[in-house]
Design a protein around this ligand. Structure first.
Ligand code: BGC
Length: 509
């Protein structure tokens, strides 16, 4: 048997060791970041005090995964759903692509700082989803916090300009609308915004049907028409766009400005949906995990501060530990504290370091990518750094991005384990479609996540497929699949009462 390098912790200290063990927990020890390069050894004790709360042991990650497993059940329950922090929203997507889809579609993609309009062609013969044209429209900060009417008028204007400049105004094309916020979807074209996330907070939209708001804005202009509309979360778009290439893609995951995942669940387990047969894609909205306090024991003082100063305090706690909107700020707060304690930058906080939001998440990727980048960024932030400072900053970035990757791995492990149990399989082979800047751009995030999920879900063999233009092409794909004949599903009325969760408890977990 071949030896592997594992990271071990013992009373004597921590370090890498060679072992031939196949014990998942022992191997799982490798998912701890190896933090201290030789010349930083003397700093170890001082620095560890700040970083240790971010280092989650394999046992803790397994515990996080188990807690999420319970929350998935609460979200799926007919009675427990309305109090569940992980919303488990039915998407009315009942099938992944089967390769027969075709046609021309429009796609709108709203969810980050930019809004995009796309013209997409799905070609059956070539088994391809082609992006014919696309256009980006910036959404100014004021608009993200303005009225809903202003936002939807802006969207309708961007779409109108696009149709005009691409000679599409005379056609009535079906439209896939990727709207990447938690929505209670009543039908494929009826979707009520539960709440804004990721820095958006437009008035008059929460509680309303966003498809209706879009149609009204288009109607106010009156100069073009659109065909049938399919509403899509970006996770669903990502799963569907990868699903055209790989038909075993049954999970979509986003780790970008926000984080979330969707997966194919057995309809009989979705107690809020009428019917027993087949599967439906569930938008988990796992960003809300922890909103009931169940992750309080692993939150650091920095997470608490990030939440407190966000525009939506108390909600999307898991997202705030993981996603691009928040990681930079967590790092900044740690660096500020270390500097105040005279451990960094000769105790001098520059104006940029002292300002909320100015340490961008992309700096984390760049800093971890190389010491030279770290020096450059620290200089640009107006800091008087030493070589040790630059190395400690890299360590801080590594620790916080690693925690994010491991937490995502724990959550993804919950989903794949659930799918495996649902199907009563000893071993599951599946594909996850992934997108998001953190996953794509960070130098080691994807490999850490993949390694950790393998250890946390050893009976699952997962292929990760990075989605190209998932939100846009996937929305077209959902629209195409929605046109296939399928039996209708209906959301049941909510009521108070008890769900028989016992019944659903899975074996072997
Ligand atoms: C939203 C999700 C979305 C995710 C990734 C979260 O803030 O609630 O709906 O999928 O961000 O964009």
């Amino acid at each position: 048997m071949q030896n592997k390098r594992v990271y071990v912790k013992s009373e004597a200290g921590r370090g890498w060791a060679d072992t031939a063990s196949n014990d998942p927990l022992e191997m799982a020890a490798t998912i701890q970041p190896c933090c201290f390069p030789g010349f930083l050894q003397s700093w170890k004790i001082t620095v560890e005090k700040y970083l240790q709360p971010f280092q989650l042991s394999p046992e803790t990650l397994q515990e996080v995964s188990a807690r999420l497993r319970k929350d998935l059940l609460r979200g799926l329950g007919k009675h427990s759903h309305h109090k569940a922090p992980v919303k488990m929203l039915p998407t009315f997507v009942r099938a992944t692509p089967d390769g027969t889809e075709k046609g021309d579609f429009l796609a709108l993609d709203l969810g980050g700082t930019n809004f995009r309009v796309l013209h997409v062609r799905v070609e059956e013969e070539a088994q391809k989803v082609l992006k014919m044209d696309s256009q980006i429209c910036a959404i100014p900060q004021e608009m993200m916090l303005g009225t809903g009417e202003q936002l939807f008028d802006h969207i309708a204007t961007c779409l109108g300009d696009f149709l005009e400049s691409h000679n599409l105004k005379g056609q009535t094309l079906p439209l896939g609308f990727t709207f990447s916020f938690p929505c209670e979807q009543l039908e494929i074209d009826k979707s009520i915004l539960i709440r804004w996330t990721k820095g958006f907070n437009c008035s008059g939209v929460e509680g309303k049907d966003v498809v209706q708001l879009l149609k009204e804005a288009i109607h106010r202009r009156g100069d073009y028409h659109i065909g049938s509309v399919a509403m899509v979360n970006d996770t669903v778009g990502t799963m569907m766009s990868c699903g055209y290439k790989d038909q075993s893609c049954e999970i979509g995951m986003i780790i970008g400005t926000g984080t979330n995942a969707c997966y194919m669940e057995e309809i009989k387990n979705v107690k809020r949906i009428e019917g027993e047969d087949g599967r439906m894609c569930i938008n988990t909205e796992w960003g809300g995990f922890g909103d009931d306090g169940c992750l309080d024991d692993i939150l650091t003082e920095f997470d608490v501060e990030v939440d407190k100063t966000s525009i939506n305090p108390g909600v999307h706690i898991f997202e705030k530990m993981i996603s691009g909107m928040y990681l930079g700020e967590i790092v900044r707060l740690v660096l500020v504290k270390m500097t105040k304690d005279k451990l960094l930058f000769k105790g001098q906080i520059s104006e940029a370091l002292g300002t909320r939001g100015l340490f961008e998440t992309k700096f984390i990727s760049e800093i971890e990518d190389g010491l030279e980048n770290a020096k450059k960024i620290l200089t640009e932030l107006g800091l008087d750094w030493s070589l040790v400072d630059a190395s400690v900053v890299r360590l801080v970035c590594d620790t916080i991005s690693s925690r994010s990757a491991y937490l995502c791995a724990a959550a993804l492990a919950t989903l794949v384990n659930r799918i495996r149990n649902n199907r009563k399989l000893g071993h599951l082979k599946t594909t996850v479609g992934v997108d998001g800047t953190v996953y794509r751009k960070h130098p080691t995030f994807s490999s850490k996540l993949q390694k950790a999920v393998r250890l946390l879900a050893p009976q699952c063999d997962i292929t990760f497929l990075v989605s190209e233009d998932g939100s846009g092409k996937g929305a077209a794909m959902v629209t195409a699949v929605a046109q296939r004949p399928a039996h209708q599903s209906r959301l049941l009325e909510e009521s108070d009462g008890e769900d028989n969760e016992e019944e659903e408890e899975e074996e072997g977990q």
